[in-house]
Write a protein that binds this ligand. Sequence first.
Ligand SMILES: NC(=O)c1ccc[n+]([C@@H]2O[C@H](COP(=O)([O-])OP(=O)(O)OC[C@H]3O[C@@H](n4cnc5c(N)ncnc54)[C@H](OP(=O)(O)O)[C@@H]3O)[C@@H](O)[C@H]2O)c1
Length: 349
Amino acid sequence: MTVPDTMRAVRITAHGGTEVLEHTEVSVPRPGENEVLVRVSAVALNNTDLWTRQGAYGLPEDPDALAGWRGPIDFPRIQGADVAGEVVAVGDGVDAALIGTRVVVDPAIYDGDGPDAHPVGLMGSERDGGYAQYATAPSTHVHDVTGSPLVDEQLASLPTAYGTALGMIERGRLREGETALVSGASGGVGLAAVQLARAKGAHVIAISSGSKIEAVREAGAHEVMDRGGDVTQQLREVAPEGVDVVLDVVAGDLLTEGLPLVREGGRWVVAGALGGYAINVDVRRLYLHNIQIIGSSMHTRAHFEQLMDMARTAQIEPMVAKTYPLAEAAQAQDELERREHVGKILLRP
Ligand SMILES: NC(=O)c1ccc[n+]([C@@H]2O[C@H](COP(=O)([O-])OP(=O)(O)OC[C@H]3O[C@@H](n4cnc5c(N)ncnc54)[C@H](OP(=O)(O)O)[C@@H]3O)[C@@H](O)[C@H]2O)c1
């Protein structure tokens, strides 16, 4: 396949509203040493696309500063962490046999070489991502999914949402037969956590809202509580013995009020703060019951390998809410922000 010189891409040149998403013609990136060039067939949106565009992450010394999740963004930046596509070119040091392979890209930038290295950067944030017809990636970050029965939109739904959810489950050491509580359950990470925890053999209690409750139940939750009501009271009713592991992207009051409902030796895994990041914790509830609060950022290489094994055999089937053309990235981000959907929103470049 001949690779053209230019491509359509959507990039941000500053922090701001959807007006800073610029749909434009740019040069096709050339794969560097040990890199490949992927023709993007589908790219999934994530909440981090909104926060990165808005600069909503703050800085450790200035919580109100405009910044990406790891600090200042190097503009212009092509957004999009979650890419499925086909390898169409390789850089020096990469086996040309990779060309033509159907792949999912691991979007993480790691702080070391081992299977448990920490993710410290992300495609679409610290390097250009997949809101484009082509994207480069390190050759070690493309995973062959040629035989997967999943369609490209489902494959592209996996890296951030399912990677993050699997990272939470692994760091929280969720075991078969345990009770898991999942917050933000209709969202990308939350729905993935419901499906993955269920596949692990856990009893899954989810928190969602309004008309999305039924879809969360269909995705595999045994019980779904409505966050429009008194969540801790509902939780006492459906899990009188308490929960073993909480897979939480909301934090805020949920963590403050929910901590006493965690069983002896339980784990509260936090990967988001949609409900507020400055929390009040009665530490007696922690040490008197051997409970752990665990911070969880994305996945490790080992988690991603596990996720790709599941993708190859379709052990999990991501739910696709809607697909937009690349030129409508702003409408797609608006829809993500309205949070009326269930499942993943994608672009097809
Ligand atoms: N740590 C990491 O590595 C990592 C990776 C990815 C995402 N995240 C973070 O995880 C969070 C969720 O990301 P996502 O991509 O899954 O987002 P998403 O698709 O927008 O889903 C978020 C869901 O949370 C619920 N929600 C929204 N606002 C809420 C509030 N104020 N209180 C309680 N629930 C609320 C809604 O579900 P219901 O209406 O069903 O309750 C919503 O659908 C974000 O904070 C994101 O930045 C972290």
